[in-house]
Ligand binder design. Structure first.
Ligand code: FE2
Ligand code: FE2
Length: 356
């Protein structure tokens, strides 16, 4: 580790310690030796703003997003931008998106938006596209090429023909364990766009992909899954280094496939269980993942949390957990993939379902 990178590393740790349990993540990028090339961005995800009636919204979900926004605004120096990782709304309603936007409007830094299935399946992204952001796009920032994908598309027949109403379609897609659901996809049109977008980008340029669902396959019954992930990975394969950051799973999850690292961010709304708790179907939770502990429902901010990522010569992800030791994952040049820096053997881990 160079001196520059070591400083970066320590600074990241300090931020993580100071901000423990705040429901957002901070990404620190220090590609070069020049300090001015380094920058940070923050990441807030899965707010699930839920409309009850009139001006009433689920209070706890509002509070999670409000706290994340406040903590991000306290950061000094400010991040260059904030990524919202999708699922701003619970059922894609205008009331929910508008209320979520109102809470997010307090963010001082510019916001980059990623759409989630809960934002999409009521009107197929129409309101999102009109008022918030394109559904997929790319941008360059200080030597890094960022790509935002809409990874929650699915079959045309399921989307356009199967359901009697848009709200019925939305409710089917909003359920976690739903045999009527349909696997997420990036789909061919967007894959072609991605290939064209990346064509002029030098292979040594770091590429950061922001998607809502993981761009690999963890567990199909809960849609922790992108059906055409392998084809998307193929398009990303020629690059020296690619980092995929995603929401959707509401839990600690990390993986490395060849040149691509994958890291999930926690939700501001609630934590999902791990698929291993559902024994009926095989799962592919990556072996490098050390589970976060399950949440205590009597502590309404438990199960949401704080993390930081540093990208320099390698990759490091730090998760602040609850009733468990913090996790730190860092690239290993010898092994060619990230390793847990204080590895917990599976049989000595604190069980994720200790409470319930
Ligand atoms: Fe979500
Ligand atoms: Fe989602």
């Amino acid at each position: 580790m160079s001196r520059m990178n070591r400083r970066t590393f320590i600074k990241g740790l300090g931020a993580a310690t100071a901000m423990a349990a705040a429901p957002f993540s901070l990404v620190e990028i220090a590609w070069g030796r020049q300090k001015e090339e380094s920058f940070t961005f923050a990441y807030i995800s899965d707010a699930h703003i839920n409309h009850i009636k009139g001006t009433e919204f689920t209070r706890n979900f509002d509070k999670g997003l409000e706290r994340a926004v406040a903590e991000v605004n306290f950061l000094f120096p400010q991040p260059d931008f904030v990524v919202f990782g999708g699922d701003l709304a619970q059922l894609g309603k205008k009331e929910e998106l508008d209320h979520g936007l109102e809470l997010m409007s307090k963010v001082k830094a510019p916001v980059k938006w990623v759409i989630g299935e809960h934002d999409y399946y009521l009107d197929l992204g129409k309101y999102w596209e009109e008022t918030i952001s394109p559904l997929y796009y790319s941008f360059d920032h200080k030597g890094v090429h960022f790509v935002v994908l809409n990874s929650i598309l699915t079959d045309d027949q399921w989307t356009h023909e199967k359901w009697p109403s848009p709200m019925e379609r939305m409710k089917q897609m909003a359920r976690l364990d739903n045999p009527q659901g349909s696997p997420f996809m990036v789909k061919e049109e967007q894959r072609k766009w991605l290939a064209r977008d990346l064509e002029p980008v030098d292979r040594s340029t770091p590429v950061v992909v922001l998607s809502h669902s993981p761009l690999y396959q963890v567990f199909k019954p809960w849609n922790f899954w992108t059906d055409d992930a392998a084809q998307v990975q193929e398009i990303l394969r020629p690059f020296d280094r690619v980092h995929v950051f995603h929401g959707h799973v509401h839990q600690v999850l990390y993986n490395q496939i060849g040149n691509i690292s994958f890291a999930a961010f926690l939700a501001t709304a609630w934590p999902w269980p791990y698929p291993v708790s559902y024994t009926q179907e095989p799962n592919a939770v990556p072996g490098m993942t050390v589970f976060m502990n399950r949440a205590d429902p009597h502590s309404e901010r438990d199960g949401t949390g704080y993390g930081s990522i540093e990208l320099d010569d390698g990759f490091a992800k730090h998760y602040e957990l609850w009733e468990n030791r913090p996790r730190r994952l860092r690239s290993s040049k010898q092994k060619g993939h990230p390793v847990d820096t204080n590895f917990q053997a599976p049989d000595s881990r604190i069980p994720p379902q200790r409470h319930y």
